[in-house]
Design a protein around this ligand. Structure first.
Ligand SMILES: C[S@@+](CC[C@H](N)C(=O)[O-])C[C@H]1O[C@@H](n2cnc3c(N)ncnc32)[C@H](O)[C@@H]1O
Length: 477
């Protein structure tokens, strides 16, 4: 039994390994879906967001945002810990260390291994896990995931095209992320996801317009290979399928979809013709079945996702968090691998994209992040999204956990300033403390703040790009 209330959502502030290891909160098999997006070589200069008043930085913040991992004492300890327990994961990690030695990549994998083991423990037998990563790490992570979850539970390597424009001059432009999808067992929750047909597909296959209804349709063959003795091998309207060594083959879904009750193939074909579902090509070729576009339910989603654009600078969703992912990406994952009221866990929840998507889709959620900024941003995100909703529709959640060090505690105490950056005064306080803001959306008027050229700022949302030295301010959408 978990000490967590299953009617509430939770935000944990702390290191996900120690949070997940607390069995009072996370007994085995308590989660339906896990999505994780650990920080890794995104080359973002995150630390600028967290400089403190005296120029110091909180150790926890540095840990979280130093995404170039180093083989240090904690990486070595995580490695030893996994080896102590033996088994496939230990063997895989050992093999990886033979190749990668004490590199940054190895430090990252050593940090991930114990977390993946804990995540597997908390997953229900029907649960899935989606690990978002970079192609430079995905092949190693896949080996680790195979070891922890079993190669037989690997489902997909999803390619998410996250940008269209890059300029890698000496290689093909690298524009995608990888999401590794595994399940705990073979009996996992799965809801087929479909997408709209592309304009190219429609132009190619839905060229015909039905004169009777004006609707676009594609046509498909009503004959299949091989002769048959029963009614499907007999002529219909003077057309004998035997002539071409074939037989009538009406797709089963057509009979079900149109509720056709006829017995013989010929009666079924008559019924379809009466419903206007048979296409008679003018050139006298064999009749075909009309598939009306209006009756189609979209294409089943493939493992390459090119239809979810990254967040643009103008995007309403954008919170200024450097690695923020689009909600549409998380919505797709949550819809495919969970049902309403299921529990979704994001152990590296950042500014709460999973939280926001899960809340929107009526799932219960648990987010964990080691930085106070992430927790504050999520609180702010939920507040602004639901503030105009009636109370019963607003998310009910608790914030749990302790800062990892004194500096983190002080920052937490001051966290409201970060949320309240909607006002000029809050911005002044931040600047006064030496905080450097790179790109934060301010939703209120900002004027005359020290160090800012505010001459062209009016009311309304403003994007502030601000560094030590020259300061630039631009109007946002
Ligand atoms: C790449 S970001 C996640 C972004 C997120 N998907 C979003 O859309 O906002 C990774 C997050 O992991 C957090 N993090 C790093 N190490 C952590 C740890 N040991 N425990 C919990 N969170 C951690 C960082 O603070 C950061 O917010």
């Amino acid at each position: 039994m978990t000490k967590l209330d299953d009617k509430l959502n939770y935000l944990f502030y702390g290191d996900n390994l120690s949070v997940l290891r607390d069995r009072d909160y996370f007994p085995k098999e308590c989660v339906d879906l896990v999505y994780l997006d650990p920080p890794f070589k995104s080359n973002q200069d995150y630390n600028v967001l967290f400089a403190e008043k005296d120029g110091e930085q909180s150790a926890a913040q540095i840990l979280a945002f130093e995404d170039t991992w180093r083989w240090d004492q904690s990486a070595a300890a995580a490695y030893k810990d996994v080896l102590k327990h033996g088994g496939k994961t230990a063997e895989t990690l050992k093999a990886l260390k033979n190749i990668l030695e004490t590199s940054d990549m190895m430090a990252y994998l050593a940090m991930m291994a114990p977390r993946l083991i804990e995540l597997k423990r908390v997953m229900k037998p029907t649960a899935s896990i989606y690990l978002h990563c970079d192609p430079t790490a995905s092949h190693y992570l896949k080996m680790l995931m195979d070891a922890v979850f079993g190669a037989e539970n690997f489902r997909n390597e999803i390619v998410w095209q996250r940008t269209s424009a890059r300029s890698d001059s000496r290689k093909f432009n690298h524009v995608h992320d990888i999401v590794l999808f595994y399940t705990k067992t073979d009996g996992f929750i799965w809801n087929v996801q479909r997408t709209e047909y592309s304009p190219e597909y429609l132009a190619k296959f839905y060229r015909n317009i039905d004169p009777a209804t004006g609707k676009a349709f594609s046509s498909s063959d009503l004959l299949a290979a091989g002769t048959r003795k029963g009614s499907s091998g007999q002529p219909w309207r003077g057309i004998d399928p035997n002539d071409v060594k074939r037989h009538w083959a009406i797709p089963r879904f057509v009979i079900e979809q149109y509720g056709i009750k006829a017995e013989t193939t010929q009666e079924k074909l008559d019924a379809l013709d009466e419903l206007g579902l048979i296409f008679w090509p003018k050139d006298g070729k064999r009749p075909r079945f009309k598939r009306f576009l209006d009756d189609m339910i979209g294409v089943v989603l493939k493992s390459i996702w090119t239809d979810i654009p990254p967040l643009s600078a103008q995007s309403k969703e954008k919170l200024g968090y450097p690695t923020q992912k689009p909600e549409a990406l998380l919505e797709r994952i949550i819809q495919a691998s969970s049902n309403p009221k299921d529990t979704v866990l994001d152990p590296f929840c950042g500014c709460g994209t999973t939280v926001a998507a899960a809340q929107k889709l009526g799932r219960r959620w648990i987010g964990i992040d080691i930085t106070h900024l992430a927790i504050s941003l999520i609180k702010h995100r939920l507040y602004t999204t639901y503030k105009d909703e009636p109370k019963r529709k607003r998310p009910k959640y608790e914030v749990m956990g302790e800062p990892a060090d004194v500096s983190g505690a002080r920052a937490l105490a001051e966290a409201d300033d970060v949320i309240a950056l909607e006002t000029e005064a809050a911005l002044r306080r931040c600047l006064g403390r030496g905080v450097t803001v790179r790109e934060l959306r301010l939703d209120g008027p900002v004027r005359r703040a020290r160090g800012l050229d505010c001459s062209n700022i009016g009311r309304g949302p403003v994007d502030v790009g601000l560094r030590r030295g020259p300061v630039g301010v631009g109007l946002g959408g």
